[in-house]
Design a protein around this ligand. Structure first.
Ligand code: NAD
Length: 498
């Protein structure tokens, strides 16, 4: 399918059970391309009754369908086939994501090229799911533990990297033997619908993946509250994540939460400043800052502040802003109007709170239309200011100076979030000291924004709980069952425990 054709497949339908269906309301909503400002796809507007139908299909597939009877090797073969299909359709999927969220084609192409790795990696795990024999102290018993799938998973994704975030959930979950109801963000539904076609083409049994589209109140909330769902795998903001955790508690569904961040990117005066400059830019201006791991707080040692900042500003001034489908572009538009307004409001908040705007802060002169904002840098930021504490999720960098290592650690940890951190230093001992001291789920030493299918990822503090990717990610979709086998035929005292 060509780039032009991607926009022509409308209106979209939902995959529920073995059928492509309209929402029960038969209503649709438009997906807006943030670069053109125009609707480019019509998406089914689901409601609670659609969620009920999809959960029913996933439940049936888990409890009674052929999926539950498949061996791990069978599941692995299907997941591997899916990896091949994702690879063959990577360009179509990448373009759909660019048109939905305005992120760069070069970024989304990279993500789609990585996507098969997630499915391949976990396909290889599907036939290696064992268990454990427990060396119990109870005589005359053989005790073992099985690793079983948790059941029906409600997976909810954010708009910034829809299929990558879905892969974090689907690849291990399918390998474990779970079934899914997947709800993409209402801002980015198209790639998930296209992906569901590939799941069907790969030959997965009906009901293993079901897709429902729509917003939080009408689709997300009913999905989280549905007692037929055994686990919620959620990626989104911390505010929504707290609501999700509390609604899932009503029926004690397991929950994993991948939430927001306010990550420090810490540069010491002994750092390789070329590498650090590139890492600072990657941290905040790649993906227009719309990245959960955005290095939105630059903590810089005072002795190297001027030198580093002049390099960062020079590189920032050279950033090419424009059409996200153009491969030369380095920053595209922000994803949608309400998000744009929120990001811009933080520029005002920074000025109000007394930070010094040293670059950007407004719409680029050559782009009078569209949701564009210049890469923006505030210096002389105090860590208590709103632009240093709240996740902006846009291209706004807060620069904070520190004197020594202790102060750097204190500032880094003075945040309700704990998703990621970068540390730039040539001193290997200091690097490891910082890695231990920083409260975050990921610490990069002399690097930034590295993720991989085989490396666990997740947050500390308000950035969430649970881990995705790597074998730890597989465990999120499994529960253990302990089996006691009496081996001697002894009749035991019925009134005595164990
Ligand atoms: P969001 O919280 O607004 O929405 C996320 C998803 O939740 C969407 O699909 C939305 O429709 C749904 N939703 C909204 N209200 C709901 C409710 N009450 N119950 C159930 N579902 C509901 O977040 P967003 O704006 O789509 O995404 C941006 C956020 O995601 C940022 O905070 C970012 O840091 C975070 N994020 C985190 C990671 C990570 O891995 N930690 C990755 C990407 C994005």
């Amino acid at each position: 399918m060509t780039v032009a054709e991607v926009g022509e497949i409308e209106p979209h339908r939902l995959l529920v059970g073995h059928e492509w269906v309209d929402s029960l309301s038969t209503e649709t909503f438009s997906s807006i391309d943030p670069y053109t400002g125009k609707s480019w796809a019509e998406i089914p507007a689901c409601g609670p009754e659609d969620v009920e139908r999809a959960v029913g299909a996933a439940r049936l597939a888990f409890d009674d369908g052929p999926w539950g009877k498949m061996t791990g090797a069978d599941r692995g073969r299907l997941i591997r086939r899916l990896a091949v299909l994702v690879d063959e359709n990577a360009e179509e999927l990448a373009v759909a994501e660019v048109r939905d969220n305005g992120k760069l084609l070069r970024e989304m192409r990279g993500q789609m090229e990585a996507l098969p790795n997630y499915y391949e990696y976990f396909s290889g795990a599907a036939d290696k799911i064992g268990g454990d024999v427990i060396g119990s102290s109870k005589p005359n018993f053989f005790v073992y533990q099985l690793l079983e799938p948790v059941g029906v998973v409600g997976a909810i994704t954010s708009w910034n990297s829809p299929l990558l975030i879905a892969a974090y959930k689907l690849a291990p979950g399918l390998a474990a033997g779970c079934t899914f109801v997947l709800k993409p963000s209402e801002h980015t539904s198209v790639s998930t619908i296209l992906f569901a076609r590939l799941v069907e083409e790969a030959g997965f049994p009906p009901g293993v993946l079901n897709v429902v589209t729509g917003d939080g109140p009408n689709v997300g909330e009913p999905l989280v509250s549905n007692p037929g769902v055994d686990k919620i795998a959620f990626t989104g903001s911390t505010v929504t994540g707290k609501r999700v955790a509390s609604a899932a508690a009503s029926h004690l569904a397991k929950v994993s939460l991948e939430l927001g961040g306010k990550s420090p990117n810490i540069v010491f005066d002994d750092a390789d400043l070329d590498a650090a400059t590139s890492g600072v830019i990657a941290g905040i201006f790649a993906a227009c800052g719309q990245s959960c791991v955005a290095g939105s707080r630059l903590l810089v040692q005072r002795s190297v502040h001027d030198e580093l900042l002049s390099r960062v500003v020079d590189r920032t001034a050279a950033i090419t802003i424009g059409n996200p489908l153009d491969l030369e572009t380095e920053m595209g538009p922000l994803a949608f109007q309400a998000h744009y307004d929120r990001v811009v409001s933080f520029v005002a908040a920074g000025l109000e709170d007394g930070a010094e705007l040293i670059f950007g802060g407004k719409r680029p002169d050559h782009l009078p239309e569209g949701l564009f904002l210049e890469p923006t840098i505030f210096d002389r930021v105090e860590n208590g200011m709103r632009i240093a504490q709240e996740e902006i999720f846009g291209p706004v960098l807060s620069v904070i100076s520190f004197e020594d290592e202790d102060e750097a650690v204190r500032l880094a940890n003075d945040s309700s979030h704990g998703l990621a951190a970068g540390v730039w230093t040539r001193d290997i001992q200091r690097g490891h000291r910082l890695a231990k001291a920083i409260q975050a789920g990921t610490v990069w030493l002399n690097a930034y924004r590295m993720v991989s299918h085989d490396v666990p990822f997740g947050g500390y503090k308000s950035s969430g709980y649970g881990r995705e990717n790597g074998l730890e990610g597989l465990r999120e979709y499994q529960q253990t069952k302990t089996v006691w086998v009496e081996t001697e035929g002894i009749v035991r005292d019925p009134f005595k425990l164990g």
